[in-house]
Design a protein around this ligand. Structure first.
Ligand SMILES: NC(=O)C1=CN([C@@H]2O[C@H](COP(=O)(O)OP(=O)(O)OC[C@H]3O[C@@H](n4cnc5c(N)ncnc54)[C@H](O)[C@@H]3O)[C@@H](O)[C@H]2O)[C@H](O)CC1
Ligand code: K
Length: 490
């Protein structure tokens, strides 16, 4: 089962692995043609109703695989309105191959001459809102015809994630008479790569076609995992996340690295709660940080109320960098987590307490393999075995785990995602603090599992960029300023 958002990410990851979208379109179109051949004998008439996006593009390809049939490709719009290069190229190939095509500018011009099969390739995952003209009239004509209707990817007008008519639920009028949202009632659906959540509810026969997307496109993080995280152009200060780092004491660099990394990953405001004896040093690292001193030279149980008060004003907490492993720090972590119910990244010395604390918080624990074992988890050399062990331990503790290594493993106890970015130069001290800050900024704007996977991905990219310039002599402070480039999703 895959959602449309995740499908778009996997599609982009496939392209990054070297399987371009045009190749996927070719496979999709071929799968649609196979379905038509299973439905109708050679010589049957096939009308392909095509939209201006890649859903239509799939049918332009399918028409090429149906040379034994009497096909007519009907584009609902002008050829120059075809949205993507790969669809335009496939349309041009039809015209050069003299495969019968027709362009329909106005719904009134659309007349189906009783085809045996209709291929519904008007809209797929790109539908937004209730069907507009000419798709609306075309859908009605398809539903009124006696033809067998084969929908490409998802029946036009249906939201693939919900199975509901697109646009319903948004409160907008869905049809001339209320509630009569127009959508294609397909006999068959050929969907790509994996089942879509909304298709099971339809009374159509669904075929899931493998279109050659490698499993690695889902298993490993890639550029597609960044899609949709880009900043909303008209957002205001604070809407892109506010993060509180709780750390420092024996160390001052760690909380500063985490805080700077959170800012560079996109957080609008980052505060650092640290012992007041080191507050000046932490503030000295960067004017961009808002430092809140806690009395004394170590974070301890006496600071829990203040820390909870500060945490309440933030979207995510990063707990642990530079706290030290003293008893007072452990007492603080135990007490804080037992009362905190927000979202927190737990790293370094704070990790060992997690399995013994009953917390209402959503945690993202970022141990390396040694810390994982200290927490009670297990590790293995074989990547698949290691992934399975991380997944079951995440399920056992009820939190998201990001286990760092040459290949990082992220899991929320259900899904697992591996990250291959990064390099051995990143074994230098402090890169874990940078990672914790990046995950904290992401946890402020997306779900914990995605924050963990994407955090590992961009931290590794930043480390690779640093190694590009300075080899394995890179240091942790080289990473934060390379995170913005790593976060760009184009
Ligand atoms: N993701 C993959 O791995 C693959 C996907 N393929 C196919 O691509 C479509 C999605 O294509 P996309 O271009 O994103 O959008 P659509 O073609 O579905 O539709 C966009 C198109 O439709 C117009 N439009 C949007 N909403 C409406 C509406 N309510 N009424 C009328 N018109 C509407 C919009 O203006 C655009 O022109 C996916 O479903 C697959 O079929 C790949 O080819 C295979 C791999
Ligand atoms: K469709």
């Amino acid at each position: 089962m895959i959602t449309t958002d995740r499908m778009a990410a996997v599609d982009a990851n496939a392209a990054a692995l070297g399987v371009p979208r045009k190749q996927l379109m070719e496979s999709s179109g071929n799968a649609v043609a196979r379905e038509v051949r299973a439905l109708a004998d050679p010589g049957a008439s096939v009308d392909l109703l095509c939209g201006r996006g890649n859903n239509g593009g799939d049918a332009f390809v399918a028409a090429r695989f149906l040379s034994a049939y009497d096909v007519t490709v009907r584009l609902l719009g002008r050829p120059e309105s075809i949205r993507t290069e790969i669809a335009r190229e496939n349309w041009a190939a039809l015209e050069r191959a003299e495969i019968p095509t027709e362009t329909v500018a106005d719904a009134a011009d659309l007349a189906l001459d009783g085809p045996d099969v209709i291929v519904d390739a008007m809209l797929g995952s790109g539908v937004t809102g209730a069907l507009r003209e000419p798709e609306r009239t075309a859908a009605r004509l398809a539903n009124e015809s006696d033809a067998a209707v084969v929908a490409v990817d998802v029946p036009s007008g249906i939201d693939a994630d919900t199975g509901e008519p697109a646009g319903s639920g948004s409160g907008e009028p869905t049809g001339s008479d209320a509630g009569s949202a127009v959508r294609v009632e397909a006999d068959r659906v050929v969907t790509f790569h994996d089942e879509k959540p909304g298709l099971a509810a339809l009374d159509a026969e669904v075929t899931v076609a493998d279109i050659g997307i490698p499993a690695a496109a889902e298993r490993f993080t890639g550029p597609g995992d960044l899609l949709g995280l880009a900043r909303d152009p008209d957002s205001h200060k604070g809407e892109n996340g506010e993060v509180l780092v709780i750390g420092g004491g024996p160390y001052t660099g760690a909380p500063s690295l985490s805080a700077r990394s959170a800012l560079r990953t996109g957080a609008d405001l980052v505060r650092v709660a640290c012992p007041e004896t080191v507050a000046g040093t932490v503030q000295g690292y960067s004017a961009d940080l808002i430092v809140r001193g806690l009395p004394g030279d170590r974070v301890g149980p006496a600071h829990v109320d203040r820390a909870l008060e500060l945490a309440a004003g933030n979207d995510a907490v990063v707990l642990g960098p530079g706290l030290g492993d003293g008893e007072s720090a452990s007492e603080f972590v135990r007490e804080f987590l037992s009362r905190y119910d927000g979202r927190a990244v737990v790293d370094a010395d704070a990790l060992r307490v997690v399995p013994e604390v009953d917390t209402g918080a959503e945690l993202i624990c970022t141990p390396h393999q040694g810390e994982l074992v200290e927490m009670g988890g297990e590790t293995a050399d074989d990547p698949d075995e290691r992934a399975a062990l991380v997944r079951s331990f995440a399920d056992e503790i009820g939190h998201t785990l990001l286990v760092k290594g040459a290949v990082d493993v992220a899991s929320d106890g259900d899904a697992v995602r591996l990250n291959r970015t990064g390099n051995p130069g990143m074994t230098v001290g402090g890169t874990g603090d940078v990672l914790a800050g990046a995950v904290g900024a992401l946890a402020a704007v997306t779900d914990p599992f995605r924050a963990a996977a994407v955090g590992a991905y961009v931290n590794g990219l930043a480390g690779d960029a640093a190694a590009e310039e300075m080899g394995y002599g890179l240091v942790a402070t080289d990473l934060p300023d390379r995170l913005p480039e790593a976060m760009r999703d184009e």
